[in-house]
Design a protein around this ligand. Structure first.
Ligand code: AMP
Ligand code: MN
Ligand code: MN
Ligand code: MN
Length: 280
């Protein structure tokens, strides 16, 4: 019998808040034994060409992807678009406007940080000097580099999270708009890390219902760092809403050694893989 495929459909490069270039990311995935991977940068497809070249070189199957930020009941929800055509016009337009929303938000956050005595202008300069679209991870890294925090998660707890002095609420496009852009680019829409949203059980079910009604067809059953309990909960949700299952590490950096690329992920047998019929 053939060995099972090692599949990782959720990874980040430095075109968003990952630390590796797309080519380095693919090389790392190949070295980790990954057979098929998706590059899914936050609101950006800028890394896909370089990832494609590297994937050809390293003989890794590359799924063109993106992780789009959406708003649902004032909460940011992440939708993975997999097997997308990055050149599709509606998707391009949406990503252009997402990048602009992010730039405006970053300036707003830095203005707020300035007001509480942090060097907002310098922090903004440090973020804008980075390649790729600006994310709060970039700002957290700048805060760490300048010695204002001791650990990355402190940036979110003290400054950037909801209710903190540097929090700038942002209205991302709604689920139907995000899923519509993915579908019109020929892609498949997968709800990322369903266990990570701060929702009651009932609200999570309504999210799944709205996601499915808008044309979403996949749920990330396993996402980096999640335990068996989470797998079970998302399996139940996928079955209830008739969603296929996806797997991904949500890899950002080799420094996070507990969350490597392509850690052997296996979908429960009762779940239809989102990649069924889509891999060569
Ligand atoms: P953004 O999309 O700009 O809002 O940035 C969100 C990104 O920040 C996420 O994709 C994570 O990579 C990272 N992030 C969010 N919360 C935390 C946290 N508590 N600790 C470390 N990284 C975080
Ligand atoms: Mn991220
Ligand atoms: Mn995410
Ligand atoms: Mn992600």
């Amino acid at each position: 019998m053939n060995a099972p495929l090692n599949i990782d459909l959720h990874t980040h490069s430095n075109c968003s808040d990952g630390v590796l270039t797309p080519a380095e990311l693919v090389a790392h995935a190949a070295a980790a034994g990954v057979h098929v991977m998706a590059l899914t940068d936050h609101d950006s497809v800028a890394g896909l060409d370089a990832a494609r070249s590297a994937a050809n070189e390293f003989r890794v199957g590359l799924v063109p992807g993106v992780e789009i930020s959406s708003s649902w009941r004032a909460q940011a929800i992440h939708v993975l678009g997999l097997w997308i055509d990055p050149a599709a016009a509606t998707l391009r337009d949406m990503l252009r406007s997402q990048a602009e929303l992010r730039r405006v938000r970053m300036r707003g956050i830095c203005t707020r940080l300035e007001k509480i005595g942090l060097p907002g202008a310098a922090l903004l300069g440090a973020v804008e000097a980075q390649p790729g679209i600006p994310t709060r991870s970039h700002l957290a890294a700048a805060l760490l580099a300048a010695g204002h925090i001791a650990r990355i998660d402190e940036a979110f707890r003290k400054y950037l999270g909801k209710g903190k002095p540097g929090h700038v609420p942002i209205e991302w496009p709604a689920l139907p708009q995000v899923i519509g852009a993915i579908l019109s680019a020929g892609g498949v829409a997968v709800l990322a890390h369903p266990g990570r949203y701060l929702l009651s059980g009932g609200a999570r079910q309504r999210l799944l219902a709205d996601f499915t009604a808008a044309g979403g067809t996949g749920l990330e059953i396993m996402s980096g760092g999640n335990g068996a309990q989470h797998v079970e909960a998302s399996t139940v949700l996928a079955l209830k809403y008739g969603l296929a299952g996806s797997v991904g590490s949500d890899f950002h950096s080799p420094q996070f050694v507990w969350n490597p690329l392509g850690r052997s992920l296996k979908l429960p047998d009762c779940i239809t893989p989102v990649w069924r019929g889509l891999l060569p």
